[in-house]
Design a protein around this ligand. Sequence first.
Ligand code: HSE
Length: 367
Amino acid sequence: MNIALLGFGTVGKAFYELTLGRSDLRVTSVLSRRPRPELPCTVTNDFDEIVRDRSVGIVVEVMGGLEPAYRYICAAMRAGKHVVTANKQLVCAHYDELLELAKECGVSLRCTAAAGGGIPWLTSLSRAARLDEITAVGGILNGTTNYMLSAMTASGVDYTTCLREAQALGYAEADPTADVEGYDARRKLVLSANLAFGASVREEEIPCFGISSVEEKDFAAWRELGRVCKLFVRAERHEGRVSAFVCPTLFPAASPVAQTNGTGNLVTLRGARFGELSFSGAGAGGYPTGSSVLSDCVDVIEGCPSFYVSRHEAKHIDNSAAAGRFYLRMGSEAVCTGPITVAEAFARAERARSCGEPVFLARIEEE
Ligand code: HSE
């Protein structure tokens, strides 16, 4: 099957290389603003040319951002082309509409690379959801912050220096906001919760606390508690209610989550009958992410259904019953709370923040 590739950055290049020598699929055109004489295929900066090309069966979108990616993938589906994308921001923002459009057009829309990078997380999750009732999903789904928290835990380096190092290594973007404030992890949680629960949840309803206000004294306090901090996402379904939040979380130092270091991801689903299943691996990077894009293309060729789920019920986030103990630092004073609801913990942190106090919030995972 012929593929048109939109975007030739780290993931696009790796995907292109992974397709070389395959007989089942080949990249026949690349959308690029600048000429790429090194490529033997068609290189164009005119997307309409790709849409009109009847020989293109799959459009692979790895450009990122909302526009023009949104316009391109909608036009591709309307022209009867399958779409594979790594763009979590786009799929989260237009989830219901994109699913409907794919169904209406009779094409596949797949986005395995959008959460978990090289881990076949979304495909495994959707398969598990066809076999059992999924009651919870959770994990480390952001490589940049995991690299930073691991480095700060191991070497005591301060946040600003660590962020600069992560940028120099190409992990963190020039504008690191989406990673360090937890928005990237939250988008991956939206996709995970939607597939797990057959739901459609809204990104902005999920409370999210990032790592940008972490200080060296927090790490010292956690060391004394025998805990390690990870930026963790969690969603649970209980009696029809969906709770979800993104929050730094303190794990016992010997636990598998605490020992997931560097840019690694580790993510777990819980089935009502088959219990917990965990997946770990590279959450980012050209070849890992390119491999997930490739596996979606192979699934398309093999006729796998569109975007994994056919039902999705709109759900509001309800964190009123989700509870736990929290580490809350306001100014230089840190306390470990007794059991409180997630809603209450986020409200306390928000009140302190609105009074101008530096604040850090972390949930304490029970052993
Ligand atoms: N910025 C993301 C991360 C890239 O650090 O995990 C992969 O989605």
